[in-house]
Design a binder for this molecule. Structure first.
Ligand code: GLN
Length: 309
């Protein structure tokens, strides 16, 4: 059984919205702090083109860590699986997303997976292109194809705000550069990474990305192939094992669908083979996931029996 109407969805949103009071909007990137604590919205996009939505689904927010899914797909298309996974691992860490700890205890200092910041920075370092502008343009055009929305662009204030304060990410880069895992100029990499994180979307765009992944890399409406099936499978698997940071295990039990969160309060989720889901709720829980968004997905999964397990 699927959720058929906006009203069914709205009832769940209103129940989940109560939890937003208990969360906290991210402030370590100063520009994110302006978000409205009680916002909560969701869009479901079905492979037949139907869309069910509730809350302010046209509200824009930045991808933050959700972008890691898309840069991983692009880097594998550019470099191939073998090269990408020679520089970044495939295992969950159980640590917070920005942790530096395991880089020092792992030999070589290869990040454990592409969904933590260290791993995502290595992945972004592998995107093909002659300049930050060109690499970003290639990422944006993948996103334009997946969303069918060519208006998507960067929110420069958020990008600048993160760039000015990204000293922990700089540390990760310098550490990995010392160990030969990252190549080239660190400032340029931070510039590209902060811009990828600041790509601005709506819940509707996220849901459209989700349905392409759910549909094994094919645009469900035009049937055009956007991603090779193998790459769609790889990124969906990482979403299950590492997509919700160090809450991925609990989330797999409570919700049970591939999902990726970001500190803006974004969650990209999908139900194979036919539903894409986009959620936005900027109040975060202690692990950095949208508190209302996770509750909402729990309720949705339970009511419509969506777990893939
Ligand atoms: N968890 C996140 O969404 C992290 C992304 C953020 N831009 C950072 O690197 O800190």
């Amino acid at each position: 059984m699927y959720c058929e109407t906006d009203d069914e969805l709205l009832e769940l949103v209103e129940r989940a919205r109560k939890y937003t009071e208990k969360g906290k909007v991210a402030s370590y990137i100063p520009a994110l702090e302006r978000a409205n604590q009680n916002d909560l919205s969701i869009a479901l996009y079905y492979d037949d083109g139907r869309c069910v939505r509730a809350g302010d689904v046209e509200k824009k927010f930045t991808l933050q860590s959700v972008s890691k899914v898309l840069t991983l797909a692009l880097a594998i298309m550019d470099r191939g699986e073998e090269e990408v996974f020679s520089r970044v691992g495939m295992e969950p860490t159980g640590d917070p997303f920005n942790s530096i700890a395991k880089l020092e205890t792992q030999i070589p200092a290869k990040p454990l997976n592409p969904m933590i910041n260290a791993g995502a920075l290595v992945v972004t370092n592998m995107i093909a292109g002659d300049s930050v502008h060109q690499k970003l343009g290639r990422l944006l055009s993948l996103i334009h194809d997946m969303t069918n929305n060519t208006d998507i662009d960067i929110e420069h204030e958020v990008a600048q705000s993160e760039y000015d304060t990204a000293n922990l990410n700089r540390s990760l880069c310098f550490f990995m550069k010392q160990h030969g895992i990252i190549q080239g100029d660190v400032e340029e990499l931070i510039d590209l990474y902060t811009k990828q994180c600041a790509i601005q979307v709506t819940c509707y765009d996220l849901a459209r990305i989700g349905v392409v992944l759910a549909n094994k890399g094919l645009d469900p409406q035009s049937n055009r192939r956007i991603l090779p099936e193998r790459i769609a499978t790889i990124v969906k698997t990482f979403m299950v094992t590492c997509g919700m940071y160090n809450a991925s295990g609990e989330f797999a039990i409570q919700v049970g669908v591939p999902s990726k969160s970001g500190v803006s309060g974004a969650i990209l989720a999908l139900v194979p083979p036919s539903i894409g889901v986009g959620v936005y709720g900027p109040a975060l829980n202690e692990k950095g996931n949208s508190i209302g968004g996770v509750k909402l997905l729990e309720m949705l999964s339970q009511r419509y029996d969506l777990s893939i397990f």
